[in-house]
Design a protein around this ligand. Structure first.
Ligand code: SF4
Length: 577
């Protein structure tokens, strides 16, 4: 978005931003107008990798179109990307697009549109021959790395279709998405148009208002508290939204009742829930707020995160933990959600099955870890079969029949089911393991059984409670970074730099082994808490500053599949989930 001769010109991307977050749109405009300092979003490694893969995907699509139609006036015409702050450049690119279409181009790449208030670049505009469903027409198509059509992408396409119609061309019947898994989806433009008209109207209403700094947390605009921009605002106010488990609708109720900060909620009378909030929900968030306030109050310059504490919330939930067994397994996947290959077309590869057990005959606490690597689909199938076969055989070992497989968050079981379906193998074995309750999700037990003074219930945020001096110190800090390191590994292999590639793999192995060990220690810590059903505060743990990550709202270990979702879908209230 930029100011051109006194008018705010928006892009198709701004339309999407406004759909997701009007606060962000107006805050960005205030930045452009110089009213506020730009917010440092920090380096989002996943977004950067997704962007780079998105460019590859788009180029591959361009190559295919050129191979099919050839380059040139009746084939694929490439429009040079204009500078988005120059009226002359925007108009020239628009005219070049009009000329390409008028010249009969089969495909226009980077088709540019500009009508004085809105501009946009469609990845492709495709000539569609006359058929029983309509005359010769041009229809927009965008490449997206995602596996499914999303509202944001369709809104952009609808904007391009509208612009094509405004050129006097026959109305596009469909708009198209060329997805990361190789599929193409088609959507009727007429179904999208009412939403587009509504959203364009709202965008203009927002941008025609005088520029000002938008207020955070008011009822006028949508807001949620995920991005750096809102985190900073919420932090500054000690907003009650920072309490793990408080949803935005609950925040409104709490704010109306005057409980607008972590401290105010933590100190509220326990038996006086605000109207609109059920008493058990209020009790949960109030107790959570009190714990968080205590942790924050214990912060020092040396330990800015303060001391992490925990208390038993529901002894019955802890009673669900199975008795320990010498055969117990602590399991964790590492996956690349952006992986795609020509043969299968599907996105996502579980490239590491990490398995940790107690060491047979070893000293107390000694563990054995083995990684099953899978750098392609064949290896992924093989690793799946090897893991399931190993587990089935282990359960048949005398004394180990009652073993369980512990993991943190549902992702591991979800991924196993997906793999079994993908390869059509070991379905009966997995069914039996699931039926026998072999897999134990510790996140579910933590969520119900204990309260922790952290803002997030990511396993990394719990580690100060039970990992003692065994702090994470590896090269890989979190799930998003592991995806990037794995991409580096693959690039190094392709470049023939085997030694450096091996270093990357070792960093991933160490990261995964630590996650498995953390799962084991968490299980043991929960068993200790169960043995102390009085539920008093846990022993004072080491300061929380050693943990990584920094999301505002709670969640389990960073589930990478969620990182691919639009931001507004990533939010998840913790305690009520
Ligand atoms: S956290 Fe939510 S409200 Fe805040 S800028 Fe991000 S999307 Fe908008």
């Amino acid at each position: 978005m930029f100011l051109l001769d006194g008018t705010w010109v928006a892009s198709a991307t701004d339309l999407v931003v406004a759909l997701r977050c009007e606060y962000q749109l107006l805050a960005r405009r205030a930045e452009v107008a110089g009213l506020i300092e730009p917010v440092e979003e920090g380096r989002d490694v996943m977004m950067a990798r997704a962007a780079s893969l998105g460019i590859d995907h788009e180029r591959a699509a361009l190559d295919r179109e050129v191979a099919r139609h050839g380059a040139g006036p009746q084939g694929v015409v490439v429009i040079e990307q204009p500078s988005v702050t120059s009226r002359a450049a925007l108009e020239a690119a628009h005219e070049a697009t009009v000329a390409a279409i008028a010249g009969g181009a089969a495909v226009v790449y980077q088709a540019a549109f500009f009508d004085g208030t809105l501009h946009g670049l469609a990845d492709f505009v495709v000539r569609t021959p006359a058929d029983g469903r309509g005359p010769l027409r041009w229809e927009p198509a965008d490449t997206k790395l995602a596996r499914h059509a999303r509202a944001e992408a369709l809104l952009q396409l609808a904007a391009y279709a509208w612009q094509l119609e405004r050129l006097g061309l026959p109305a596009p019947r469909d708009v198209h998405l060329w997805l990361g898994d190789g599929s193409r989806t088609h959507h009727r433009d007429a179904d999208l148009r009412p939403v587009l008209v509504d959203r364009v109207g709202r965008l203009r209403q927002l941008l025609d208002a005088p520029v000002s700094v938008p207020a955070w947390g008011t009822d006028d605009l949508r807001w949620c508290g995920w991005c750096a921009r809102c985190r900073a605002a919420a932090e500054a106010r000690r907003d009650v939204l920072l309490v793990a488990g408080v949803r935005t609708d609950q925040r409104a109720t709490l704010v109306d009742a005057g409980l607008d900060t972590i401290e105010a909620l933590g100190a509220a009378a326990p038996d006086a829930p605000p109207e609109g909030l059920r008493a058990p929900v209020f009790a949960k968030v109030r107790a959570q707020a009190a714990l968080q306030a205590a942790q924050d109050a214990s912060a020092t310059p040396e330990h800015p995160e303060g001391v992490v504490r925990a208390e038993v919330a529901d002894p019955e939930a802890l009673a669900l933990l199975p008795p320990p067994n010498p055969g117990d397994v602590f399991f964790d996947f590492e996956g690349d959600p952006l992986h795609v290959d020509d043969r299968w077309g599907e996105l996502g590869l579980e490239y590491l099955f990490g398995v940790l057990t107690h060491r047979d005959g070893g000293p107390p606490g000694a563990t054995t870890y083995f990684p099953l690597w899978a750098h392609d689909r064949d290896a992924e199938r093989h690793a799946l079969e090897e893991f399931i076969d190993w587990l089935v055989a282990r359960r048949r070992t005398p004394g180990l029949a009652d073993l369980h497989v512990y993991h943190y968050a549902p992702y591991e079981v979800t991924a196993l089911k997906r793999l079994v379906q993908r390869y059509g193998t070991r379905a009966d074995e997995l069914d039996e393991l699931l039926k026998d309750g072999v897999f134990v999700d510790l996140y579910g037990i933590v969520r119900r059984g204990v309260r922790v003074s952290q803002r997030s219930y990511s396993i990394k945020k719990l580690e100060p409670l039970y990992m003692g001096d065994d702090e994470r110190d590896g090269e890989v800090a979190d799930g998003a970074e592991s995806v990037v390191v794995y991409a580096e590994f693959r690039a190094l292999v392709e470049a023939g730099r085997a030694d450096e590639a091996a270093d990357r793999l070792e960093a991933l192995r160490a990261y995964n082994e630590y996650d498995c060990l953390s799962t084991l220690r968490l299980r043991d810590w929960l068993l200790d808490r169960r043995a102390d059903p009085g539920g008093g505060p846990a022993p004072v743990a080491r300061p929380g500053g050693a943990t990584s990550g920094g999301q505002v709202l709670g969640g389990a270990r960073e589930p990478l599949h969620r990182l691919l979702l639009p931001r507004h879908q990533q939010h998840g209230a913790l305690l009520q989930e």
